[in-house]
Ligand binder design. Sequence first.
Ligand code: PGA
Length: 254
Amino acid sequence: MPKKLIVANWKMNLSPKNSLEFLRKLKTYNFKLKTFELVICPSFLSLPEIKSLIPDFKFLIHVGAQDCFWAERGAYTGEISPADLREIGCKYVIIGHSERRQYLKETDEMINFKLKAALSAGLVPIFCLGESQSERDRGQAESRVRIQLKAGLTGISLKKNQKIFIAYEPVWAIGTGKFCPPNEAVRMHHLIKKEAGRFLKIKNVPVLYGGSVDDKNVADYLKQEEVDGVLVGGASAKADIFLSLLRKIGRSKD
Ligand code: PGA
């Protein structure tokens, strides 16, 4: 059984100083995360230093970026190359987060380019998608997700050593405290696995759930077979809540 992924998306919540303090605190624990893999996604500025602290941990952590650009090199002021992320030891990269779609006007086409670039750089993309509240109210949750999947995965066929995660993140559940009931998440995951499997021509595409996951509800998602992990935003940037979440899913020896 592949390990379930716990992705901490710190967004822009922690300064470089706060990020290091958080990591140092986490380092003092010895979690037994036998069936889970932990991924910390700090801001770009904190990535290299966070990565350098990882070998001192008593349990395995990977680092991921919150975004990347679609070209490897060139005149793209302010952008971050996926190859550079790989060079500093990043394993994962979040692509197509709804906050980037909303505030940076990222389109499905840009997301498709980024997914391709991340895969060719040797990163594992976490491809985020999900419907808005009004789309759900109009009964369009399924069709919205299908459109995003099709556009995002166009022209992608995974090579043997490549992997992609899809993160089902209903926009109405992000940062609102209004999490998607686990049985509804399971229904959507089922659809996403089926559709993504059809586009990618592979079986059992791993799908994460994200949207108001915290220490109280995390176990309800992770016990579902169709949920291959969680993407935790707000609750992952608060040390006490995140430590409590990790204690719920793994054993701490401390
Ligand atoms: P949230 O964010 O956990 O704060 O709802 C999740 C995400 O945006 O990935």
